[in-house]
Design a protein around this ligand. Structure first.
Ligand SMILES: [Zn+2]
Length: 417
C-alpha cells in the first residue's frame, strides 16, 4: 500500500489531489512530505467570499504540518493560487486543510487541541515534538470554533463563581450552566465587579436571560446587585458551597488570632496544627485528628466554639421546608450574635441580611446538588494552576473554555485520536 492511498483514506479533498509523497533525506527529524495540487480544471475559491474565481497567479510553495505518523513528521507541500475576485480583489485561494496563515493543517491543530484536554500544553508540545505556541494556537482555534458553534438554547440554570488567578487579588468571574442535562462553562470575565457581570448579561442577551429560572451565586455584593437588576424574575440561590467556604474562612481567622493570643499570654500552644481539624467535617478526620479534636473540645476556646457553630449550621442544609429552615437560621444567628466572636458574628449578620436568598435554596431543592459549582471551581483552579505559562488573560481564558466549556468539535470522517 502506498502512503498516498492512506492519505486518501484519512484526508481526502474534493478539489485537490496528492502528488508525490517522499522521505525528506536532509531533515533533522524523520520527515515525510506530500505534494498537493489542484484537481485538473478546478477553479480556485476566493478565501474572502467563498466563490469560485478566475486564477491570478501562484505563490511560492508552502509547508503545512499534518498529523505525525509513527513518530515521523508529515508535511503537505502546496503552492497556493491567488484569485482575481471582483468583490475582494487579489486574494489567496481557500485551502480546505488550513485557514489563513497557519502553518499547521486544521486536522493537526484539532489533534493537538484534543490532546491538550488530557495533558498540559507543555506535555503535548513535548509528546509531539512541537512548540508550546503551536499547541496554544491549536487550542485557541478549537475554542474559537467551539464557541461559535455551541448551542446556547434552553439554558435554565446558571451558577456564578469567581476564582483567583495569578498572584495578588486578581479575580476572574466564571458563569456556568448548571442544568441537570448540561453542565459547562459559559462565560469568563475579568475581575468580579458590577461591570464584569453586566458584561455577561449583555453577551447572554435579554431573550436568553428571560428563560433563566435559577441563578446560584455567593454573597458577593456586586453579583447580588447585578442579578437583582438583570434577572429579578429568576430564583436566586446562595449556594451552600460558598457559604460554608465563608464560614471556614471566619474560623480560620478566629483560630489564627486566638493562637497568637495564647502564645502572647504564655499558654500551652494547644491550637498549633489544629487548622484542618477545625475546617474538616468530623467524618473526614483521621483517627489521630479525632483524638486531638476530642482534646481540644475540653477547652472553652473561641476557635472551638466557632467550630461547633459551624458544625451545627450544617444541619441547616438538611431541612426540607423553607419555613423550618428559616426558623433554624434565625435561632442560629441569634446564638452566634451572642457568641462575642467577631468573625462569626459577621457571618451571622450577612446570613440574616440575605435570609430570603438563602431560603431559596429550599425552594429550588432537588434541582441542584451543592457539588456542581464546587466541582467546577476546583477544576478551574486546577486548570489555571497547572498551566503556569498563562501569564496573559487571553491564555487563561482559552485554557478554561477548553477544559470546562464542553465545546463542540466538527464532525470528521476519520478520528485521529
Ligand atoms: Zn472574493
Amino acid at each position: 500500500m502506498q502512503l498516498k492511498t492512506i492519505l486518501n483514506r484519512i484526508q481526502k479533498f474534493n478539489c485537490f489531489v496528492y502528488g508525490s509523497v517522499r522521505w525528506v533525506e536532509d531533515a533533522q527529524e524523520p520527515t515525510i512530505e506530500a505534494d498537493l495540487r489542484p484537481r485538473a480544471n478546478s477553479r480556485p475559491i476566493c478565501a474572502g467570499c467563498g466563490h469560485k474565481r478566475p486564477g491570478y497567479d501562484r505563490l511560492p510553495t508552502r509547508s503545512f504540518e499534518f498529523v505525525p505518523m509513527w513518530g515521523i513528521k508529515v508535511f503537505f507541500r502546496y503552492a497556493p493560487r491567488r484569485v482575481d475576485c471582483p468583490s475582494c480583489g487579489i486574494r489567496v485561494e481557500r485551502m480546505p486543510w488550513s485557514e489563513g496563515k497557519h502553518r499547521l493543517t486544521e486536522t493537526y491543530a484539532w489533534f493537538l487541541a484534543g490532546w491538550a484536554r488530557r495533558l498540559s500544553w507543555k506535555e503535548v508540545a513535548e509528546a509531539f515534538r512541537t512548540s508550546w505556541d503551536h499547541v496554544f494556537c491549536s487550542v485557541e482555534m478549537a475554542v474559537t470554533w467551539g464557541r461559535a458553534h455551541r448551542d446556547l438554547s434552553g439554558i435554565e440554570a446558571i451558577g456564578i463563581d469567581e476564582i483567583q488567578w495569578q498572584r495578588g487579588h486578581r479575580y476572574l468571574t466564571l458563569v456556568y450552566q448548571i442544568d441537570a442535562g448540561c453542565r459547562r462553562l459559559l462565560w469568563i470575565g475579568k475581575k468580579r465587579k458590577v461591570k464584569t457581570l453586566l458584561g455577561f448579561f449583555r453577551w447572554f442577551g435579554k431573550e436568553r436571560t428571560a428563560e433563566l429560572s435559577y441563578i446560584c451565586s455567593d454573597m458577593w455584593k456586586p453579583y447580588l446587585r447585578v442579578i437583582a437588576k438583570k434577572a429579578g424574575h429568576a430564583i436566586h440561590i446562595l449556594d451552600r458551597f460558598h457559604i460554608m467556604a465563608n464560614m471556614s474562612k471566619a474560623i480560620d481567622k478566629v483560630r489564627a488570632q486566638e493562637a497568637k493570643e495564647l502564645k502572647d499570654k504564655g499558654y500551652d500552644p494547644v491550637l498549633t496544627k489544629s487548622r484542618w481539624l477545625l475546617l474538616k467535617r468530623p467524618e473526614n478526620l483521621t483517627e489521630k485528628q479525632e483524638t486531638k479534636l476530642a482534646d481540644l473540645l475540653q477547652y472553652n476556646l473561641k476557635s472551638i466554639r466557632s467550630y461547633l457553630l459551624k458544625e451545627e449550621f450544617h444541619l441547616f442544609w438538611s431541612y426540607k421546608s423553607p419555613y423550618w429552615a428559616g426558623q433554624f437560621l434565625d435561632k442560629w444567628c441569634t446564638k452566634t450574635m451572642r457568641s462575642k466572636i467577631e468573625p462569626m458574628k459577621d457571618i451571622a449578620r450577612s446570613l440574616r441580611k440575605h435570609r430570603p436568598l438563602l431560603l431559596n435554596w429550599f425552594r429550588a431543592k432537588g434541582q441542584f446538588s451543592s457539588g456542581i459549582v464546587e466541582g467546577f471551581n476546583n477544576k478551574a483552579k486546577l486548570t489555571t494552576r497547572k498551566a503556569y505559562g498563562f501569564r496573559t488573560y487571553h491564555a487563561a481564558e482559552t485554557a478554561l473554555y477548553h477544559a470546562l466549556g464542553a465545546l463542540p468539535v466538527p464532525e470528521v470522517t476519520h478520528e485521529f485520536f
